[in-house]
Design a protein around this ligand. Structure first.
Ligand SMILES: [Zn+2]
Length: 199
């Protein structure tokens, strides 16, 4: 029998169901038109995979099912297909990022300050502390006590910086926390070589 968590009947594999119970957010799968939102979800620390460009609906649904992910889409037809196949789906109406973020907060209870800056924005995998030799190759000086992180999948480096503070401001805004506090106060760990685009 499928576990029912927070009112959403999700046919999740046991491990995914446990993950959901621990984090209170299901793993997500965004359709290709929601690439920007997907990167911001990763910036907040959520597990969100992204459909390939031009991927067939059947392939999008197959991945969501195989990995026990809740599908995010603005495509009514895709949402209809997902429902017909018994897959959990959230059809978003918001046209811009702010509206979509608000919908995720209201309808899914997304925590925008879940674990900021803990995932690679490109690969969706958790980032790790970078080996010491990577610090030497940086084109700028990083303080001894400043953390440097690396994506184990694509080797992209992440560190704290002004761009991270800007990202944190927006995440705090979406979380309803307000203010632009220092990153150190959050659960976040690192900065990013590139930040999700605003707008
Ligand atoms: Zn990566």
């Amino acid at each position: 029998m499928a576990p029912e968590v927070a009112g959403l009947p999700l046919p999740l594999p046991a491990a995914r169901a446990l993950f959901y119970l621990v984090t209170m957010t299901p793993p997500l799968h965004a359709d290709e038109m929601l690439a920007g939102l997907c990167r911001w979800l990763r910036a907040a620390g959520h597990d969100c995979s992204l459909a390939e460009c031009g991927e067939a609906d059947s392939a999008v649904l197959a991945r969501a099912r195989a990995e026990g992910r809740l599908l995010l889409t603005r495509d009514r037809e895709l949402a209809r297909h997902a429902k017909a196949h018994g897959l959990p789906v959230l059809l978003l109406a918001g046209q811009d990022l702010d509206a979509q973020a608000r919908e995720l907060s209201d309808r899914l209870g997304i925590d925008w300050l879940h674990r900021p800056m803990s995932r690679c924005l490109r690969c969706n995998v958790p980032i790790e502390e970078a080996p010491a030799e990577r610090r030497a190759g940086l084109p700028f000086a990083l303080g001894r006590d400043e953390a440097l992180w690396i994506c184990p999948a694509c080797a992209r480096l992440y560190w704290q910086g002004s761009h991270v503070r800007r990202m944190m401001e927006r995440l705090r805004d979406w979380a309803g926390a307000g203010g632009a506090n220092e990153l150190e106060e959050g659960k976040g760990t690192a900065g990013a070589e590139d930040e999700p685009k605003r707008g």
